[in-house]
Design a protein around this ligand. Sequence first.
Ligand code: HAM
Length: 432
Amino acid sequence: LIALMASSSLQPIQGMSDISAPDVALWQFLESTARRVLRDYAYTELRTPVVERTELFQRSLGDATDVVQKEMYSFEDRGGRHLSLRPEGTAGAMRYVAAQGQDAQDARLFYIGPMFRSERPQAGRRRQFHQLGVECISTPSAAVDAETIALQAHLLRAWGLTDYRIEINTRGEPEDAARVAAGLREAVASFRSELCEDCQRRFDANPLRMLDCKQPRCRELLADVAPVTTWMSAEARRCLDDVVTFLEGLEIPVDVNPRLVRGLDYYMHTVWEVTHTGLGAQDALSGGGRYRLTIGGRDVEGVGFAMGLERVIAALQAVGAVPADLGERPDVWLVAHGEAAFAHQFRLMQSFRQRGIACGMDLQGRSVKAQMKAANRSGATWVVIRGDDEIEQGVFQLKHMEEGTQQALELPALMDTVKQTAQQRAARHHLG
Ligand code: HAM
């Protein structure tokens, strides 16, 4: 059947990828490192469905946003329900939090999983990508915002990334929004007709988004517009200053960028984005901010961020910071000389594995020469060789592959030696 299929039908959908060995070891490293750090910040994992009601995203991200307007994978199921693959994780997490009511007060949740946006595939833009996101349920607090940004910086450092830049701004209180919109319209009115078509539309629908336009001409025209904080309450400005001051106290440098607006409607107060010099045009590693949402008649407030894991990996690769030994090699490879030895080694393999020793052997009955080749290829630290002579003497030949040394050992000594290697590997792995 496979031979009859065109080779293109063997590939995943454009903009989506299979993730397999050896690359998957890097994904596991990112995830295990993150889980350890997140535990220290008192976060617990939340796994929500990949499919939600389309309405949830329209209401929370905003009907007029690019993600909802152009990028969602939406469909009608057999029962006529309007559903979408999640384009991001905050909406589903907030649906969960709203359903918990009072029980979710002060919840600290993280998620790791696939998100879907039908963007035009290009470097850094995937149709299925993976986010690690955190959501901290809390009423507005500069300290919580600063703590969340500090967590973000901690994760990046734990993964080995240092050349990143955190840009921060505020969206103000919801009551500020009307004044900001009016102020921006007034500032732009005289050259409105020179802006791109999208910005002409944004002028009426959501003037803030004009500041986010990627068109060089629009950027030039908007360069002299006053910072959005000009039209905000003193309280909103103070809140941003407090976040920056808390972060200074933690020695986490941030740049205030008065043009940073973020593309989703649920934000208020602090917003930020993290970029990396190793990435190309799509240089955002992460984005986040404080938000307020109403879901099913319940208000939910919090602060959070999500990092694109494909972009974290691209940044690690760009600066050559991918850890070299991710512990994928077996501790031991077993080589059997003859049928009796094969049966012994087969049992030994199982008992090694039950003791946490990563172990392999050739099960196809190949020659000793071919088995040694396989041992080499596996990258195992040790090889255990056994034939009729060793069975008779009750010993095992233990060879250290890198050093080339060999010794005959009885079972207890053999176990001790390889167990040590396994423990060292596990320790390296868990340190991440
Ligand atoms: P976002 O800025 O839309 O925010 O996405 C966060 C990150 O996901 C981006 O910075 C980027 O690294 C990655 N990303 C987004 N789209 C793609 C894509 N097509 N291909 C590859 N990577 C991508 C959110 O999703 C918010 N939910 C973040 C948040 C959580 N705010 C508060 N809590």
